[in-house]
Write a protein that binds this ligand. Structure first.
Ligand SMILES: Nc1ncnc2c1ncn2[C@@H]1O[C@H](COP(=O)(O)OP(=O)(O)OP(=O)(O)O)[C@@H](O)[C@H]1O
Ligand SMILES: [Mg+2]
Length: 263
């Protein structure tokens, strides 16, 4: 391949069309090593879809998606599974297995994807639980934990394979503002400390500015802004401005059935 990308993730003119609807028209994004790229956009704009495309769970209808030198949609199943072990995912609602305690939830990827001994697994699990401040809850069941604690456990689970990339889908969803800030700080310290690149999907503006080293805004199937947080704040784009201010006045709701409800 002559033009193999040098980025951790690259989307080139990605389109995702369903029969009823085109979700992504033409999305291009580049994520450099150690970036924390925040992807913002309205509900339904395709943010989670981008994460699913990067993981190879769904295929684009056009365009290319790379994780390092690997073109995700062209990989054979086995190779895709192997490449995916380098990508950690933190789901919107933590997605812990309710029948397994904290230790066993965090150990799961190691048990399924490696041949490590129980002693080795225990050591890694302890190290990651320590990093997220959850050692004391090691033997608790997910149902005994608060939302913030579950999020920490799911962070630990995303770290056990020592990934090069972590994808976060709405890391502060369902958390109060104080706990959200704590989780944001944890994301910053863990990604710095573990030297890992990350993509964070969020609609929380405060969170986005706290975490992001870069920000991209998705609107009507394309990336309308891709900049540093400082540049983003100064943007004159009316959609970006409306999104930042949370106003009901502006282009975002025009022509949408949601607009009626706001009048
Ligand atoms: N299999 C599918 N068939 C048809 N449409 C789909 C399918 N999967 C997703 N979509 C559509 O893709 C759009 C984007 O969904 P996505 O979950 O990526 O949005 P989002 O930006 O993450 O929204 P939210 O902020 O609410 O989580 C939605 O309009 C959804 O209805
Ligand atoms: Mg989503």
């Amino acid at each position: 391949m002559s033009d193999a990308p040098t980025h951790v993730v690259e989307l080139r003119d990605v389109q995702l069309a369903f029969p009823q609807k085109t979700v992504l028209e033409k999305v291009s994004l580049k994520v450099d090593p150690l970036d924390r790229l925040v992807i913002m956009g309205q509900s339904g704009s395709g943010k989670s879809t981008i994460l699913r495309l990067i993981l190879g769970i769904i295929q684009p209808t056009a365009g290319e998606i790379f994780f390092k030198q690997f073109e995700i949609s062209r990989l054979q199943r086995r190779k895709l599974q192997q490449v995916r072990t380098h990508i950690g995912m933190v789901y919107q609602y933590s997605a812990l297995l309710s029948s397994r305690n904290v230790r066993d939830n965090v150990a799961l990827p190691l048990e399924e994807l490696t041949r490590k001994s129980t002693a080795e697994i225990d050591k890694i699990v302890d190290e990651k639980l320590e990093m997220v401040g959850m050692m004391e809850s090691k033997n608790q069941m997910p149902s005994e934990l608060s939302g913030g604690m579950r999020k920490r456990v799911s962070l630990a689970r995303a770290l056990v394979m020592d990934p090069e990339l972590i994808l976060f889908d709405e890391p502060s969803a369902g958390l109060d503002p104080v706990i959200s800030s704590v989780i944001d700080e944890l994301i910053i310290s863990l990604t710095d400390r573990s030297k890992v690149t990350s993509i964070i999907v969020t609609h929380e503006m405060e969170s986005a500015f706290r975490i992001g080293t870069r920000m991209a805004m998705l609107y009507q199937g394309i990336v309308i802004a891709d900049a540093t947080p400082e540049e983003f704040k100064k943007s004159n784009d009316p959609v970006v401005r409306q999104f930042l201010s949370g106003s009901t006045e502006g282009p975002i709701l025009e022509g949408s059935k949601d607009a009626v409800a706001t009048k």
